[in-house]
Design a protein. Structure first.
Length: 103
């Protein structure tokens, strides 16, 4: 299974790593944002005394939301850094595609 994932990464995302890490980072960042938006809604309900809700600081979901947002930013940063490394170390003579072989 890991071999297939490695082949997929090499064939699709080796030249543009920001496409892989950027989308993963945006997804994880969005999940963390939705979690924190839900907790902010619960905090607002508790603030307005509309319902009895436990404080959000005591919930493990709060830490999960914050950590997911941090992980999302780190994945996007990893994609940017790897894209810059790829850009500055690119040598056009090293990469080629074989269009046709003669026999």
């Amino acid at each position: 299974m890991m071999d297939l994932l490695m082949v997929l990464f090499i064939t699709r995302y080796l030249r543009h790593p920001l496409r892989l890490f950027g989308w993963m980072g945006v997804f994880v960042l969005a999940v963390g944002g939705l979690i924190n938006l839900y907790l902010a809604f619960l905090w607002l309900i508790r603030l307005l005394n509309l319902a009895e809700v436990a404080p959000i600081g005591t919930r493990p979901l709060f830490a999960v939301g914050i950590l997911a947002m941090i992980l999302g930013v780190q994945l996007i940063s990893l994609g940017l850094i790897s894209e810059m490394i790829r850009y500055f170390t690119y040598r056009p003579t090293e990469e080629y595609n074989v269009r046709r072989t003669w026999q």
